[in-house]
Ligand binder design. Structure first.
Ligand SMILES: Nc1ncnc2c1ncn2[C@@H]1O[C@H](COP(=O)(O)OP(=O)(O)OP(=O)(O)O)[C@@H](O)[C@H]1O
Ligand SMILES: [Mg+2]
Length: 255
């Protein structure tokens, strides 16, 4: 047996496997919006169509960056080994959008406050199909819209696995992921819509404490039976709360 390097398309395909579910995809996109300091994040998911749309009011992306976005290792968050030691954002690898551009048709529409125009770029199967100002998707306020169509179109087996496990199951995973992010970021308004029937499945309004977000998500009676926990040592801080009531199911367990 001789050792040979994998060819580039095989490498790209293998690397793309770190996002293998709709929930992971939603988390990557929502984390990007949080890194862009968005205070409103609206997510639409149609599981049956492998469609995701996320709209934020974050910093937006400059036209220059729109040309680089979706390339592997292209990131605005981390550039040197020293930066890696002080990462304060969710993202730092510059891999998520490149991966999504491999496995879907990815459209990014963004307005940066320093520019009058809104810009749009479309990537599919790792290729950039279009990039430039857009009139049809023009936005007045800064922020970014990311649309994923035909997610996992290159992975029929992954799609089959997701449909066999049930779209409802996966939608529940998406819901739990969004709820977890909302609990960590009470100052952000989150909305999750099931785009297949236009129903809202998660809504949180901006709050000052995560207990208040907890109350919005799970109701006052559960919120009354909580105790808080806080611990700090060196760089590690644990801040949270736990339920004083037991439940028979794992429905409130977020791992
Ligand atoms: N919603 C957004 N608003 C503003 N900029 C964005 C948004 N989403 C992505 N970007 C820009 O695109 C770049 C690439 O995003 P991507 O998620 O691929 O990488 P990352 O967040 O830097 O690292 P990671 O792969 O670890 O998530 C980001 O560094 C950021 O500059
Ligand atoms: Mg990211």
């Amino acid at each position: 047996m001789t050792i040979r390097r994998l060819n580039d398309s095989a490498i790209r395909k293998l690397r793309a496997s770190f996002i293998s579910t709709v929930a992971q995809c939603v988390v990557e996109l929502a984390q990007n919006s949080l890194d862009a300091l968005a205070t409103t994040i609206e997510i639409h998911v149609d599981m049956t169509k492998f469609f995701i749309q996320i709209i934020d009011n974050g910093t937006g992306i400059t036209p220059e960056d729109m040309e680089k976005i979706g390339q592997r290792y292209a990131t605005s968050k981390c550039h040197t080994l020293e930066d890696l030691a002080h990462v304060t954002t969710y993202g730092f690898r510059g891999e998520a959008l490149a991966t999504l551009a491999e496995v879907s048709a990815l459209e990014i529409i963004s307005k940066h406050p320093n520019y009058y125009d809104t810009y749009c770029t479309i990537l599919k199967g790792g290729q950039r199909l279009q990039c430039g100002p857009t009139r049809s998707s023009r936005r007045k306020k800064p922020g970014t819209i990311i649309i994923i169509r035909d997610l996992f179109f290159t992975y029929p087996v992954r799609r089959k696995h997701l449909s066999e496990n049930g779209f409802i199951n996966e939608l529940e995973n998406v819901k739990k992921s969004v709820e977890s992010l909302a609990l960590i970021h009470p100052q952000v308004t989150f909305t999750l819509v099931d785009a297949s029937n236009d129903s809202k499945i998660v809504t949180t309004k901006k709050a000052t404490t995560n207990i208040s977000t907890f109350r919005q998500l799970f109701g006052s009676s559960l919120a009354q039976n909580l105790d808080s926990v806080y611990a700090e040592e060196d760089d590690i801080k644990i801040d949270g709360f736990f339920s004083l009531r037991g439940f028979h199911t794992r429905v409130y367990i977020y791992d």
